[in-house]
Write a protein that binds this ligand. Structure first.
Ligand code: WTA
Length: 621
């Protein structure tokens, strides 16, 4: 037995693991610790996750729908794949990857719109022990290039173009730009979707529809070690470039499968719709692996909530008789804006459970969701977790946990959160507020930052030695319920997407007229948080619409549209300490309109700047 876990925890995880299919059972449950950040699970075991997602369902669920695809345009028919068909498609895609030289341990990148080939493709990687890394289509070619350089992906799967609402995104052209001169990428597979004109480079680019034709129909699952990498997913941190969180096979599978079942109380004929993009962890864990591990029917939606009208979500719910809707507060708020009359027109009688993820849900949005979508009969599971945690850690279990609006409530079985005070000590009082940590390991924690284990230790395990630090603040009430209050570091949660302030500042500073910048979170009625940029221009450059536009364009080019600042204030200086450090706390207070609590500024190098910043503050219109 391990001294990392209690006897109950060890028993819980071992018994749970028995419910999966293994090629070889583990020799010991867990090793390593949080100090070295080298925790490993199910040592000595071998398995293939796709055998658990697909093969084992074939006997009883071969003709059951595994995936329902709802296209961007409602006039285009939806389609589905049964477990039998999905299995076949994954086998063929896996054979295609093999024929292009992809082997166990190679990295394959996906830069695609949301169509079934994306899900098939990542499962095909898992089938042969290749590592998938999905890059959200909203990132720019330069961002994609950075991720390709970091992951050394040999093959990219993309679309000619992707539909998003009324937009057509030229993905293949963006890939061409991203990989210009990048030798590590040997092959590009292009799935046709939008039929826009594209360039194909001989010997490198292949038409998926053509090459898949010769792929054999069965591909045996490659057994991999428990700790074999399953995927890399990039996410933003408070400093530096995005980090590639590496998840491994067995631990991820064990927790993700069970948490799906527990949180959503999934039953055999339920239809589960997670609205996230597979480019984010939610799309990995609760659109793909979690549902498939449970033999569930999962819905994949290509489009956006407001296209062609803000009734689209409700139409999709009714059309596919969705029982579980799992979405983000930002989507709820963006639909709330159009009025409750819209969802009120829909009965949505199939719905049983609603879910929320990605950012704190404010009480107003919670009640709107509960009343107008769930018709006051569906529990809302407010699920707290992170890219790093692999799966949900704190959440109600639908119908079992007594709900409190805007509270993620209680930890799932086996999970042990705690709160830390400002002296770095664990707070033992029940009612408390502090920084959220995890005391004991759980199987689906990311194992490292790809290629930079030191950064992994630094980021998550050095602030509170012996604990995993989440970067979030939280409150705990007299019921032991957790309420997540948001990030306590320099990560901003824009529409549920994590954006690092340093990354955006680096991008803004690339603009030739900018000397320095500072970005802080802006309270935003729909996005939750937006980005507010203070920018110091070079001498002689004045604030102008043109400058702001150019700065936004620079960020768009370097990171992508999701990181464009909402407001830009051109300033002559930033509040700095005598050692030259920007006082972000002051900037945050200004942007949050909490001028009274700015506190003493006399120790600043340039205290006079604060008044000027306040006077020139911009507002959302
Ligand atoms: C935030 C998304 C409040 C939190 C799964 C976390 C939440 C970050 C919730 C991770 C929630 C996620 N309530 N905040 N229910 N869920 N967050 O990596 O700040 O994209 O640290 O993973 O989102 O974002 P990520």
């Amino acid at each position: 037995m391990s001294n990392l876990l209690s006897a109950e925890q060890s028993e819980y995880w071992s018994e749970l693991a028995q419910t999966y299919v293994w090629k070889k059972k583990w020799d010991n449950l867990i090793s390593g610790d949080f100090h070295k950040a080298d925790v490993k699970w199910f040592n000595g075991a071998e398995l293939n996750i796709t055998e658990n997602c697909l093969d084992r369902h074939l006997e009883n669920r071969r003709n059951k729908k595994a995936l329902i695809f709802e296209p961007n345009n409602p006039n285009e028919p939806s389609s589905f794949l049964t477990y039998g068909e999905l299995h076949l498609s994954v086998c063929r895609f896996a054979n295609l990857l093999k024929s292009k030289g992809i082997k166990k341990g190679d990295v394959v990148c996906f830069y695609m719109g949301m169509t079934p080939e994306l899900m098939i493709g990542i499962l095909a990687c898992a089938r042969i022990g290749a590592i998938h890394t999905v890059v959200f289509g909203g990132f720019s070619p330069l961002s994609l290039r950075g991720r390709l350089e970091d992951s050394k992906a040999k093959l990219i799967v993309t679309h000619d173009g992707a539909y998003r609402g009324d937009k057509l995104i030229q993905l293949k052209a963006m890939v061409d730009e991203a990989i210009e001169g990048l030798d590590s990428v040997e092959t590009v597979l292009v799935v046709k979707r939008t039929n826009n004109e594209i360039n194909m480079k001989g010997g490198r680019d292949y038409n998926y529809e053509t090459v898949i034709k010769s792929a054999e129909l069965y591909c045996p699952p490659t057994p991999v070690e428990a700790e074999h990498p399953l995927f890399i997913l990039y996410t933003s941190g408070s400093t530096g470039k995005p980090k590639g969180l590496l998840h491994t096979t067995a631990g991820y599978m064990v927790h993700v499968g069970k948490s799906f079942k527990d949180v959503f109380q999934y039953k055999e004929n339920d239809i589960f719709w997670c609205t996230a993009d597979i480019g984010w962890i939610t799309g990995h864990s609760y659109m793909t692996y979690g549902p498939l591990l449970n033999g569930a029917t999962t819905v994949m939606f290509e489009g956006v909530p407001t296209f062609p009208t803000p009734a689209r979500f409700w139409e999709v719910v009714e059309k596919h008789k969705v029982t579980h809707l799992y979405t983000a507060p930002t989507a709820i708020r963006s639909l709330e804006k159009f009025g409750h009359e819209i969802p009120d027109k829909f009965k949505m009688s199939s719905l049983k459970v609603l879910g929320s993820v990605g950012e704190p849900i404010n009480e107003e949005a919670w009640h709107w969701y509960h009343k107008h979508v769930g018709k006051e009969k569906c529990p809302i599971v407010d699920t707290w977790w992170q890219t790093e945690t692999g799966g949900i850690l704190i959440s109600p279990m639908a119908g079992l946990t007594k709900l409190k609006p805007a509270h993620a409530t209680l930890p799932l079985p086996g999970i042990e959160p705690c709160l830390m005070d400002e002296n770095g000590k664990e707070i033992k009082d029940l009612v408390a507020s502090g920084n959220l940590c995890l005391k004991t390991p759980w199987p689906s924690l990311a194992r490292t930052i790809y290629g930079d284990h030191e950064r992994f230790i630094q980021t998550y395990f050095s602030t509170y030695p012996g604990y995993y630090f989440t970067g979030d603040g939280a409150k705990r009430d007299s019921d032991g319920y957790y309420r997540i209050t948001g990030r306590v570091d320099d990560v901003i949660n824009v529409s549920g997407h994590r954006i690092g302030t340093a990354e955006v500042e680096d991008a803004i500073n690339e603009h030739p007229s900018v000397i320095e910048s500072a970005v802080v979170g802006l309270p935003h009625p729909i996005k939750g948080q937006g980005l507010y940029a203070f920018v110091i221009p070079v001498d002689g450059v004045e604030d102008s619409e043109a400058l702001e536009k150019e700065i936004r364009e620079t960020v768009n080019k370097i990171i992508g549209p999701i990181a464009k600042p909402d407001l830009i204030q051109v300033v002559e200086g930033l509040p700095k300490t005598r050692s030259g450090k920007i006082m972000r706390r002051i900037l945050r207070k200004i942007v949050e309109n909490e001028i009274e609590s700015i506190g003493d500024t006399s120790t600043l190098l340039n205290p006079e700047i604060v008044e000027k910043l306040i006077a020139g503050k911009k507002e959302l219109n």
